[in-house]
Design a binder for this molecule. Sequence first.
Ligand code: TYD
Length: 229
Amino acid sequence: MTENFAARLGSAAPRGTTAPGLFVCFEGGDGAGKSTQVRLLTQLLEGRGREVVVTRQPGGTPLGSQIRQLVLHGDHVAARAEALLFAADKAQHVDQLIAPALARGEVVITDRYTDSSIAYQGAGRELGADEIRALQHWAVGGVLPDLTIVLDVSPEAGRARRGDVHDRLESEADVFHAAVRQGFLDLAAQDPGRYLVVDAALPVDEIHARVVKAVARIDAAASTAQGPR
Ligand code: TYD
């Protein structure tokens, strides 16, 4: 970690103790409906006067956009190269966008983060969840979401929802997507206080209501820890 990066993060301590902002992440298989929920939560929080930074991974920074092109649409990307490219995107993202926004006290909502790599590269590509978790947490300097919402979708429903356009990951067989799904559920089971798992087949409004409730809970906890904001 560079000195600047470390200074902005405060340290690599768990989130909630260092920066004043709120960090919320949406995760789930392809076609889970994350972007709709990101939009609804953003509108709600902005309506309440919060500064919200919305981002997605891979992408979200100039370097991230180039990595996105390489990793999602390149030919013959080896599994370990894929894992390293996703990690590089996260490192850039945290340094340029996420850590500065949290330090300013803003809300950051990200469409995918470290858990996507643990699920897709660790479980889906079978590179090992522990190895990919270590790589990803190193890449982001320990900056982890206050709340991760997993929109749980079956491979069949995900395929039906995303239609005919497929990137490299989306084109994988159902068995790959089933491993990814299990990867997300395993992560949530290991740390239930920091996760909300919602059935992606529920109506959009019902999912949103559950998300809002969970965000209010962690927001209240963060406010108590940091004083009013
Ligand atoms: P994207 O077009 O952003 O789709 P979605 O709407 O499903 O998020 O595609 C991102 C793809 O990259 C998706 O298939 C998941 C995959 N991915 C990884 O494999 N590892 C990662 O670390 C991240 C962030 C994404």
